[in-house]
Design a protein around this ligand. Structure first.
Ligand code: PHE
Length: 451
């Protein structure tokens, strides 16, 4: 089956599926700790600028390429630029990036799934309110040779089930239900967090920028976070773009997704920072912020804390699920298009492969921690590759392709739905895609390597 016949059934379905991809661990787990690490409010402002200026333009570019070509990444670049078939390599790089990101994402999603179960069984509640046992619990769990692997496999099986359901029945329907649930859950948590004593310090931390805290590294981290959070730079939005109905307004769709994604990131900050400050904890706690700090907060709330703990980790798992689905969809759709085998066959095969790699990454934190590449464990190595190298290169390639290789008339035609929409922003979009975005991405890429 080729991708041509598939599409989302409605604009809401398309938006929900893409929001499902964008909103994930990146918003609820990565954003708060990155924001905390680089100084709070000032980071937030720079992040928002990058999201709307560069991230949204990249998303529109991927939508234009995907919908115009009606193919998965490799063939999409080749179809739109038949004289230079080598551009297909950019598509291939995107697919490889999706594969590595998914393998790493499965490890983190396995942890969140495990924490849902630890919350339900009362294991987390039993740790009390001092930080040491909570951090120790996380360290023991994440480095255990078997436990995280079991949860990883369970999570991965869930992702596979949705993909086997197909684009409309699987991805679209699941996203339409889960995304509103997620928004509701996060609102509930915000209310709880904002009504804790001393919560306003957290709000101030997030909303009153102190530019003296902003470093060059923080600015780069903000751009990296913007790309990751919007799921751009690895072919995901290109494949979803090929499913967007022909009469949909690409600009509006991308702006909706970008806005929802940013709102959820800000709400996550509002759910987490007030709680962190209220308990007198450190907002710059790093990647463990969600796993080591929040159980502490929940445990101060008595029985209600157990409910909030279950809700929170469920929320994280739901968010991770719809993002992981989009990554497996890129792999599945590409495989099906190139091998002309049945979708289900490719989905199962790829899911097995990526799960096996995920297990390896997971074990590299414990049993296999002696295996090192360039002095880093496998997990840290792939984390570096997935944040500094692959996505910025793919993103850079994508805007250069759209801005310099595709004829202006084609881009305008797709952007304006064959001239039926008036799109006054087109000029600005094209200008950013040709000059500003490539320059910014180049700077990020080079500094990422030099750092
Ligand atoms: N955007 C997702 C998140 O915020 C992560 C992701 C990246 C998903 C790339 C798909 C592709 O968690």
């Amino acid at each position: 089956m080729s991708t041509q016949q598939k599409s989302f059934s409605s604009s809401l379905g398309a938006i929900m599926a893409a929001v499902g991809s964008a909103v994930g661990l990146g918003n609820i787990w990565r954003f708060p700790y990155t924001c905390g690490k680089y100084g709070g409010g000032a980071f937030l402002l720079v992040y928002i600028c990058f999201v709307f200026l560069i991230g949204s333009v990249l998303m529109m570019s991927e939508f234009v390429i995907g919908r115009r070509a009606q193919h998965t990444p490799i063939k999409a670049f080749q179809t739109l630029c038949p004289r230079h078939k080598a551009w297909g390599l950019l598509g291939l790089l995107g697919v490889i990036t999706s594969f590595f990101i998914l393998a790493q994402y499965l490890v983190l999603s396995g942890w969140t799934t495990g924490y849902v179960s630890h919350s339900i069984t009362g294991q987390l509640a039993a740790l009390g309110t001092s930080s040491a046992p909570i951090s120790e619990h996380f360290a023991q769990f994440s480095t255990h040779p078997v436990q995280p692997v079991i949860y990883l496999v369970v999570f991965s099986a869930l992702v596979l089930c949705v993909i086997l359901g197909g684009v409309q029945k699987g991805i679209e329907n699941v996203s339409k239900v889960l995304m509103p649930v997620l928004a509701l859950l996060i609102l509930v948590l915000c209310v709880r967090s904002l009504t804790l004593p001393g919560a306003m310090k957290g709000v101030e931390y997030l909303f009153s920028p102190d530019f003296s805290k902003l470093t060059g590294e923080g600015i780069l981290a903000a751009l990296g976070q913007a790309l990751f959070s919007l799921s751009v730079g690895m072919g995901v939005m290109l494949v979803y773009g090929s499913y967007i109905p022909v009469n949909e307004n690409i600009f509006k769709t991308a702006m909706w997704i970008t806005t929802c994604d940013t709102l959820i990131a800000i709400l996550s900050g509002l759910a987490i920072f007030p709680a962190v400050f209220s308990c007198g904890l450190d907002p710059a706690g790093g990647p463990g912020l969600v796993f080591c700090v929040l159980p502490n907060v929940f445990n101060t709330m008595g029985t209600a804390g157990i409910v909030f703990s279950v809700l929170f980790f469920l929320l994280l798992t739901v968010a991770a699920l719809t993002s992981a689905i989009s990554l497996l969809e890129v792999l599945t759709a590409t495989f099906a298009e190139h091998t002309r085998t049945r979708r289900a066959f490719g989905a199962i095969l790829l899911s097995l492969l990526v799960t096996a790699l995920g297990v390896l990454f997971s074990m590299s934190l414990g049993t296999l921690s002696h295996i090192k590449i360039t002095g880093l464990t496998l997990f840290d190595f792939i984390d570096r590759v997935n944040s500094i190298y692959l996505p910025p290169i793919c993103a850079l390639g994508t805007v250069i392709f759209l801005g310099w290789m595709m004829p202006d008339a084609d881009v305008r035609d797709e952007f304006s739905n064959h001239g039926t929409l008036s799109v006054p922003v087109y000029g600005l979009f094209r200008f950013i895609a040709r000059y500003i975005a490539p320059l910014a991405l180049l700077v990020v890429f080079i500094s990422g390597i030099l750092m």
